[in-house]
Design a protein around this ligand. Structure first.
Ligand SMILES: [Zn+2]
Length: 357
């Protein structure tokens, strides 16, 4: 059956514009103006993106299954105590889905590539807020419950998601209208390394902030009020995998050691996806166990769970992140009148124009 389908051609690094280049990946590039159909077909052929797509697309269904289980089987929706878990599980479904969509459709055009990854960054920010919400309610150490830090924890995490989505989007092209327009990019005089530093900072900083209560609980806390309830092993697994995830993203190993050898299988971005999903899996198990074992104590001693400390921050984060993505995408969508055809559709932009970004 698959032999009857004509798969799109793949290209080497020097056949595609520079913006599509991945460090130390030499072959397996898709056409930089692929159609949506070609993008979907590429899921079933080996390109340097195929495993990037599947390593996040399949786990989306796993987290969706977990979400449906909590909503339907455990009748989680009427119980406010499970709302933080539901918000977190929704964020666990959205971030791999956004990532797999971004990797699938990022070769439709240069503009599509930037917009796809803007959504990817927004989804990661939403996941970091989901983590903050779920930690605030189930994972905070007994000692820190109801402290000033606890009360400010979610508002600060909200601010972090806004700052970090802006920072990650900024790392691609700079500021909308100021540094780039539909076909003009006046990038800041930054090196690609500087852009990558911004992106690592945008993901690492909220992760580290969200985990302050957990790091304190599992690594530093001694004596009474340290919440020793048997979930530490799961938290350790999650933390170890999260650090491996960051390490892979930052170092681009193993392809840096042997450029071209890991183009299709085994390059750092695929490993980064796999480790991030495993980390999220153990994080989910740890949080669920905390939720069940600590429920009686938390219900008696902590701030009651309501929409204000669960669903509302989640919704607000989604709205704010969508506004940020819209603002960063706007110059890329608003073609000058001269580039619009009579029926209002965009004319094909010559490849030369695209190569500037
Ligand atoms: Zn990715």
């Amino acid at each position: 059956m698959l032999s009857l389908i004509k798969f799109p051609q793949v290209f080497s690094i020097n056949q595609v514009p520079k913006v599509f280049h991945e460090d130390c990946i030499i072959s397996g590039y898709r056409h930089p103006r692929s159609s949506a159909t070609d993008c979907i077909l590429s899921l079933f052929q080996m390109t340097n993106e195929t495993l990037n797509i599947w390593t996040h697309f399949l786990p989306t269904w796993y987290f969706l299954w977990k979400l449906v289980t909590v909503v339907l089987m455990q009748q989680g929706w009427p119980d406010p105590f499970t709302w933080p878990l539901l918000v977190f599980l929704i964020s666990c479904c959205i971030y791999p889905l956004a990532s797999s969509c971004a990797h699938t459709f990022s070769t439709m055009s240069l503009r599509a590539r930037h917009i796809c990854f803007f959504f990817d960054y927004a989804a990661l920010s939403f996941y970091s807020l989901g983590t903050a919400i779920v930690y605030s309610v189930y994972a905070f150490p007994d000692k820190w419950l109801n402290s000033s830090f606890h009360q400010w924890y979610i508002p600060i995490a909200m601010a972090n998601t806004v700052i970090c989505t802006i920072l990650a989007c900024y790392s691609r092209l700079g500021l909308p209208f100021l540094h780039y327009n539909f076909d003009v990019v006046k990038r800041l005089p930054e090196s690609p390394k500087f852009s990558k530093f911004f992106r690592i900072l945008a993901f690492a900083y909220p992760y580290l902030f969200d985990n302050i209560p957990l790091f304190y609980r599992v690594f530093l806390c001694t004596g009474e009020g340290c919440t020793d309830n048997g979930t530490d092993v799961l938290h350790y697994k999650h933390i170890a995998l999260a650090f491996i995830t960051g390490f892979l993203f930052a170092t681009r190993l193993p392809e840096r050691l042997a450029p071209g050898s890991f183009d299709y299988i085994g390059h750092s971005h695929q490993l980064f996806h796999v480790c991030s999903i495993l980390a999220t899996h153990f994080q989910t198990l740890a949080v669920e166990q905390d939720m069940v074992t600590r429920r009686p104590w938390l219900t008696a001693n902590s701030i009651p769970v309501s929409s204000v400390n669960s669903v509302v921050p989640g919704l607000l984060c989604v709205v704010l992140n969508l506004i940020i993505v819209f603002l960063f995408s706007l110059p890329l969508l608003s073609a000058p009148a001269s580039q619009k055809s009579e029926d209002g559709k965009d004319k094909k932009v010559p490849a030369k124009l695209c190569s500037c970004y």
